[in-house]
Each structure stands twice: as C-alpha cells, then as structure tokens.
Design a binder for this molecule. Structure first.
Ligand code: KIV
Length: 259
C-alpha cells in the first residue's frame, strides 16, 4: 500500500494501531492496509489516562520498533501533543525524527493553526494525514471524550475543516466519534479517503486500536469497538495453565529439557 493506491482501492481501507515489534511482525503478514503508531500508545502501552504524555522521543522509539517488524506496511506515526504547535522549525524536527524512525507519513490533529505547516510538510515530501472530530489531544478543551458534531454549527465546521485539509494537501483524514450521518456527509464532501473510528459505516475506511479489537482491553468498551477475539481470557487461560503445569511438575517435560 502507498498513498497513491489508497484512493484507487475499491474495497474499504483498513488501518490498525501498532506500537511494537512483536505485533508489527504479525501484522506485516496480515491483510490490513496501514499501521498507525498512534499516540494512544501513551494510554494503551504506558498506562496514562490521556494521550498528552506522549512525546516525540517515545513516538520515535515505538515507530522504529514497528518499522523493523512491518517492513511491508505503510506506517503512519502520530505527531504528539503540542509537538507541532511550537513553531515550524520544531515541528519539522519532530516530523524528521518520526520519518527517520521509519514512518512513511505523519498524522496530526485539528485544522486551526495547522494549515501552513501541513502545506509546508506536503511541499517537503511528507505525506500528512489529518484527524478531525474527537481529537484526543484536545480532550480538556472538548470537555472529555465525547461524540462531536451533534449540533449543526459543529457539524458544518467539521465538513469545512475536512475540505480545508484536502485543500491543504492531506492524503487522507481520520474522523473520530461523530454521528454516522456526519461521517457520511464529510466523506461525500471530500475526494480524499476518510478513515473512521466511531464515525459510522460510510467512511472510506475504518481504524481500530489493535488491543481493543483483540479484546485485551476489558475496561474500555465504547460503542464503536468490536472485540474480534477474547484476548484477555485467552491470555489468562494460557498463563494459568503454565503456572499450573509448573506447580504440578508437568512443565518442562523430558522433551522440553536438554539431555
Ligand atoms: O492514536 C490513535 O490511536 C488514533 C486513532 C484513534 C485514530 O489517533
């Protein structure tokens, strides 16, 4: 997959978060189109209660691991909180670090105040993915993790922002947590692929956090998450079996020991 094939692909696009070498190796052989080293790793991998603690170094560390594990996948890395709001030079340095770590594109949240930077990055040969709707880096300004665009003003603004992102040169955009009808309106208003998360079935693609999809996260159960596996139970069963086998002397067996 590359950004030129994205728009011509007839099937809906698929993207999953990926934060480490181990899962990247497995996903490299999966049919998923794109991997996102999302700043959600601050929550999923590091136990923070928001994405705000992610910084460029952490994002680069995880991006490097993912790119080693998934050499055949198109990898997008999130620009973390405020890393692109401290002047162009700082932002470009952050992007350079993520691209040198193996990202093929970067994603940044919001539109206001970002358009000149996006244009500059695109003109510099950096594919940029936009992100509108619920933008988790603005969680405190938004008053929490809640559905966006239920009122007309916000809905109209989001449609306008999507068009602006396209005009500015974004190759795709994530739409997070908006009513399905708005996800459809935005998708029909732009010519670039829209990738939805909690944005209904009409976007050009869907993204989920891998750990949610696998059922490893039992405490986070928003409406838009579907568990395709019961990861937490599977892990507990395997670990309990191992502990039991050790306690009862069944592990290691003679065939698992050097003679
Ligand atoms: O950081 C992330 O995982 C994301 C997805 C929710 C799109 O931005």
């Amino acid at each position: 997959m590359n950004i030129h094939r994205l728009n011509s692909q007839e099937q809906p696009l698929t993207m999953l978060t990926c934060y480490d070498y181990w899962s990247a190796q497995l996903l490299n052989h999966s049919p998923v189109d794109m991997l996102l080293v999302g700043d959600s790793l601050a929550m999923v991998m590091h136990g923070h209660d928001s994405t705000l603690p992610a910084d460029v170094d952490i994002m680069a560390l995880h991006t490097r691991a993912v790119s080693r594990g998934a050499p055949d996948k198109f990898i997008i890395a999130d620009l973390p909180f405020l890393s692109y709001r401290q002047g162009r030079a700082q932002a470009v340095k952050a992007v350079q670090k993520l691209m040198r770590a193996g990202a093929h594109a970067v994603k940044l949240e919001g539109v206001k105040g970002n358009r000149k930077l996006i244009r500059h990055l695109v003109d510099s040969g950096v594919p940029v993915m936009g992100h509108i709707g619920l933008t988790p880096q603005a969680v405190h300004a938004l008053g929490g993790y809640r559905v966006q665009g239920r009122d007309n003003d916000t809905a109209n603004r989001l449609v306008k922002e999507a068009r602006q992102l396209q005009q500015t040169g974004c190759f795709a955009l994530v739409i997070e947590c908006v009513p399905a009808s708005l996800g459809q309106t935005i998708t029909e208003s732009v010519g670039i692929p829209t990738i939805g998360i909690g944005a209904g079935p009409h976007t050009r693609g869907q993204v989920l956090v891998l750990h949610d999809l696998l059922g490893f996260n039992t405490t986070f159960t928003p409406k838009f998450v579907r568990h395709y596996a019961n990861g937490a139970d599977w892990l507990n069963q395997a670990v309990s079996q191992f502990v039991d086998d050790v306690h009862t002397g069944k592990f290691p067996a003679p065939g698992e020991s050097y003679q």
